[in-house]
Design a binder for this molecule. Sequence first.
Ligand code: HEM
Length: 210
Amino acid sequence: MSAPNDLKRFAYAERVIHWVAGLSFLFLLMTGLAFSHPRLFWITSLVGGGSTARFLHPWMGTLFTGSMVVMFFTWAKEMSIQDGDRAWLKSIKHYAVHDKDNVPPAGKYNGGQKLFFWSMAILGVAYIVTGIPMWMPGGFLGVGPFYGGVVNSMRLVHYLSTVFGGLLLIVHVYLGTIAYPGTLGGMLHGTVTNAWAKLHHPLWHKDQSG
Ligand code: HEM
């Protein structure tokens, strides 16, 4: 699938952890959507019915949280936001209209990808912190019990952060697939072409080609 002079972008472990996070998040979005309105409850039939979905949602959330923790420690250093990334973010409107000449060259990740990483890390904390009181209203690790008002406030924050995370995911999937062909391959089989790297991540390309 990959040619001899393709560049290695993601190690096997990085890809596995990304897809555990990606697929568990999709499951959570789908079942969460089903719980959000009676008219959407039919979605639960895709995963074996209402009680199965209700049982699996928090456990899948635990898997998602675990994968996010591993992803965080794997990528946090590479994702630190530098001056070049701030300049990239300032010209994001040029990036959005594919006006490449007015976008500063990106390294392995551009400023937008780094911002996505940090946003998902923060949202991941919000999901688990607000999810636990709904899952275990009687208390968890000596904290609680959580009374109705607390559980309802948590539900609201859980819901709002899901809307935000869901919108970010749509942009992420769009950019990684339709908008920039050749990107998905890096996350599937680990490599990208030289031309792709030169076009989208010129500083990283330079670094990789010595
Ligand atoms: C389920 C559908 C998903 C698809 C199709 C997808 C696709 C991709 C692709 C192609 C890349 C590589 C980008 C590159 O090489 O520059 C990537 C990177 C990444 N993905 Fe995903 N992803 C998905 C879900 C997720 C989810 C749910 C999360 C987090 C919770 C996530 C977090 C990341 C992060 C942090 C990166 C590295 C930075 C970036 O490229 O934005 N992905 N993803």
